[in-house]
Every structure is written in C-alpha cells, then in structure tokens.
Design a protein around this ligand. Structure first.
Ligand SMILES: [Zn+2]
Length: 192
C-alpha cells in the first residue's frame, strides 16, 4: 500500500498573476530591479508586479495561502515593503514542503518602459532570489495590444518545483558531525 510519502508529487506547477497601476513620482521596480522611468507602480508594498506574481506562483504550487492572505494590504507592516520579503517567505514555505525551484517563466505586459534592455538584469536578479541559474528564468515582455491597459503593468508567472530529497536531515547530520569534530578538536587542544 502506498504511504503518504509515496503519493507526494515529484514535481508541482504553480501559476501567479498580478497587476499594478502606474503613478507619477513613484520609483519603478520590476523583478527586484530599479528601472529608469518617469512613473512607478502603486500599491501597498513597493508594487513589484513580477515578484508578486512569482510569489503567488510559488505559494500556489504548494497549495499554500496566497500573497494577500500572508501579507494583507491592511497590515501597516507591509506599507512600502520590499517585495523580496514576500518572495523569501514563499520560498521558505516551498523548502519546508520539500521542494526546490526547477524553473520559472513569466510574461510582463506593459506599454512602457521597454523591458528588453533590462531583461538580462531582471533574469539575473530573479535567478539569484530563486537560487537557480539564469537559464532557468524566462522573462518575456509584451505591449498590451487591444487590452486598454496602457497605464497598468501586468505579470503572469509559472514555476515548476521539483522534489528535494530530504535535504534537511543530511544537513543536520553534517552539522552535528562538525560540532562533534569541533568538540574533539577542543578536547585534544585542552589535552595538550
Ligand atoms: Zn502586487
């Protein structure tokens, strides 16, 4: 008979969506990268539409609570918050569920600024945050043809998680071995 562990999927997919409106005089941050532009994204936090979509994709993949439930806009703690915090919490939950990120793909839909010149920087930053190689991060940008959303930035993200074979246990073991080795060294020094 299969145990609960056997039934745990080896891979899980997650999807996230977000949108924010542009406002003058607000810094523009997308994918954790500051972009030069005369408008930025409004919202309770720093308005990083891409990191919010990725955060929801990570949380969705493990069937967790969504970003709004974990970081309610009504909570003054998150006013102007760096969205890296949200992503970090989602990633922590992914790890404790026993998974790691395999790859992530996103589409950004916005009229301006052009993302092309910044795409590599965004991919690099998101790769660092998700702790994967940049070639596992896709960031595509489109203009909102026919959507009538020229003052809005929209992000869609999908992530694939892969099962991380019980990494926490060997790490602890190594740590206690190291501690034991440390004790032995200390003792032998004392002995001398
Ligand atoms: Zn958002």
């Amino acid at each position: 008979m299969p145990t609960i562990n056997d039934r745990r999927p080896k891979m899980r997919i997650g999807y996230g969506f977000d949108s924010h409106e542009f406002f003058s005089g607000v810094p523009l941050k997308i994918g954790g990268v500051m972009l030069p532009h005369d408008k930025g994204l409004g919202g309770h936090s720093d308005g990083d539409v891409l990191l919010h979509a990725i955060t929801d994709a990570l949380l969705g993949a493990i069937a967790g609570p969504d970003i709004g439930a974990l970081f309610p806009p009504s909570d003054p703690n998150w006013k102007g918050a760096d969205s890296v915090i949200f992503l970090g919490e989602a990633l922590k939950r992914v790890r404790s569920a026993g998974y790691r990120v395999a790859n992530m793909d996103a589409s950004l839909i916005l009229a301006a600024p052009r993302i092309g010149p910044h795409a590599e920087a965004i991919r690099g930053r998101v790769a660092d945050l998700l702790q994967v190689d940049a070639d596992c991060i896709g960031v595509k940008a489109k203009t909102p043809e026919g959507l009538g959303t020229s003052n809005t930035a929209i992000a869609h993200a999908v992530v694939l998680l892969e099962s991380e074979p019980a990494q926490a246990k060997p790490l602890k073991k190594n740590l206690s071995n190291a501690k034991a080795a440390g004790r032995r060294t200390t003792r032998s020094k004392r002995g001398r």
